[in-house]
Design a protein around this ligand. Structure first.
Ligand SMILES: Nc1ncnc2c1ncn2[C@@H]1O[C@H](COP(=O)(O)OP(=O)(O)OP(=O)(O)O)[C@@H](O)[C@H]1O
Length: 253
């Protein structure tokens, strides 16, 4: 039986009269990549920020690695990695300086070289954040989740705005991080990303969970209802053509 590392029970969040999260429950197992999928405004970020201890809930219960969000938020902070919002704050600092700054916030000693190597930015230690490409900035943002050597990392739409090569590269990095035993929770509205990365997904719409299962189970369940695609599935997509013509390697480096 897999260990539950996150348990969410009947979670709600109201913003004034808007009920953004309407009593959702789900578990995340240790070592998995768990996806929260949903359209804009579904409540994904709100749910993530509550579990990250960054936002108050209205009601419900959350446990992270056995710690109660109500009673032990500080213990939870010690074992999670969140993407620090960098853009706009310290664009003139170098990556090495930023890592020192964040390590100071966590009161941790870190191996900057190792962290930058993990996200393929070892040669950019002296580059300023603002000089990085979009893909490099996202990789650095991923690196900031690792500073605390966390058991769980939270990634909120990590590949938004990236080109196909940079997206695939980030997917590989996320899979590598998971291989080291870290649990990953990711929000996305890209279905291909969820299919490629996630062991299990929760589909959220208008603050409610519609379904939680593996991507294959969700597809099988739909097919079992008699669903058929109206058009014949193409043997390749335009993205396949793009990758075939332009290659998989990153352009920015
Ligand atoms: N600080 C806030 N004050 C008031 N309403 C908010 C606030 N933050 C979010 N909302 C509302 O709560 C709902 C859920 O927002 P949330 O950002 O959690 O959704 P999301 O699924 O992450 O969407 P997206 O994919 O667009 O990021 C939306 O209706 C949003 O307008």
């Amino acid at each position: 039986m897999q260990k539950k590392i996150i348990e969410v029970k009947n979670l709600t969040k109201n913003y004034g009269s808007v009920q953004a999260v309407k009593g959702i429950s789900f578990d995340v197992y240790e070592g998995e990549i768990f996806g929260l999928l949903g359209p804009n405004g579904a409540g994904k970020s709100t749910t993530l920020e509550i579990i990250e201890t960054l936002k108050d809930k209205t009601s419900g219960e959350v446990w992270v690695d056995g710690y109660s969000l109500d009673k032990n938020p500080n213990e939870i902070k010690q074992i999670i990695g969140v993407q620090l919002q960098l853009s706009g704050y310290y664009p003139g600092l170098t990556l090495a300086e930023l890592l020192d700054l964040f390590a100071g916030l966590y009161n941790k000693k870190i191996d900057k070289k190792k962290i930058l190597e993990e996200v393929k930015l070892a040669d950019k230690a002296k580059a300023k954040y603002k000089e990085l490409s979009g893909g490099q900035q996202q990789r650095f943002s991923l690196a900031t989740t690792l500073i605390n050597n966390p058991k769980i990392i939270f990634l909120d739409e990590p590949t938004t705005g990236l080109d196909p090569q940079a997206r695939r590269n980030l997917w590989d990095l996320i899979k590598q991080i998971r291989l080291s035993g870290t649990t990953v929770i990711i929000t996305t509205h890209y279905m291909d990303e969820a299919e490629e990365l996630c062991d299990r997904v929760a589909i959220i719409d208008s603050g409610k969970i519609q379904s939680v299962a593996t991507p294959d189970e969700l597809i099988d369940n739909l097919v079992a209802t008699g669903f058929e695609r109206t058009k014949e599935v193409k043997k390749a997509t335009l993205e396949d053509v793009f990758i075939h013509l332009t290659g998989k390697s990153l352009r920015e480096d």
